[in-house]
Design a protein around this ligand. Structure first.
Ligand code: DX5
Ligand code: ZN
Length: 213
């Protein structure tokens, strides 16, 4: 089954309660939650407080927390307490990736690792046994609404060929046009910011993604 994970970054926070209510009614129960620190990426976004409030208001919503920050190890328990379902860290900033993943698991949260476009997916291979989730960036992290980088798709098929059975998600410029190619390569979670929250008909987007085989 292909899962859609709308990215909060593209939502209008002033309409959040209504838009998330609609999202859940559209049968979408995963929300991609981007955390940016203005160091690892040149932008700022959301902290743990909003995550906690969303989880409180929508307990069935699975918070897909993507930490685009330096020193993420310091914030694992904070995001676990804020209700994260998955916490994804960038391979590029981790001094001991396996220890970080073990820490996330000990908090009772699914662990994920992500790579930027310039980082080889091979760097993930030593950790496939422990990872619940891999997030392939198909734009330079930091901003929504960027152009999809098709040259990243080979990373997905490589990881499947290496035997990875967990979730593989794709983040950055994902839309209904490139979705079939991503699913064919082996992705099963599609993060969509602009393509979902800025769509005229988000319900149609949700339905179309669900029908992708
Ligand atoms: C980018 C973020 C993405 C972003 C995707 O750094 O990690 O999650 O919200 O937005 P779109 O789908 O608009 O490219
Ligand atoms: Zn993201």
């Amino acid at each position: 089954m292909i899962e859609l994970a709308p990215s909060l970054l593209a939502a209008n926070v002033l309409n959040l309660e209504k838009d998330l209510d609609e999202m859940m009614k559209n049968g979408v129960d995963t929300l991609h939650y981007d955390v940016m620190d203005a160091h690892f990426v040149p932008n700022l976004s959301f902290g743990p407080a909003l995550c906690k409030d969303i989880k409180k208001r929508f307990p069935a919503c699975k918070m897909d927390v993507h930490l685009m920050m330096d020193n993420p190890d310091k914030y694992l328990s904070v995001f676990a307490e804020a209700g994260a379902y998955t916490i994804t860290l960038h391979q590029e900033v981790l001094p001991d990736p396996r220890a970080s993943m073990e820490s996330i698991k000990k908090l009772g949260v699914r662990c994920g690792m992500s790579v930027k476009p310039g980082t080889k997916a091979e760097t993930l291979l030593p950790y496939l046994d422990i990872l619940d989730y891999i997030l392939i960036m198909t734009v330079e992290p930091g901003f929504g609404g960027q152009k999809f980088m098709a040259d990243q798709v080979g990373k997905i098929s490589m990881l499947r060929a290496a035997g990875f059975k967990g979730d593989i998600s794709v983040d950055g410029g994902v839309n209904l046009e490139n979705a079939p190619m991503l699913v064919q390569a082996g992705a099963n979670v599609l993060v969509m910011g602009t393509a979902y929250f800025k769509a005229d008909d988000p319900a149609m987007i949700a339905k179309t993604v669900k029908e992708l085989a």
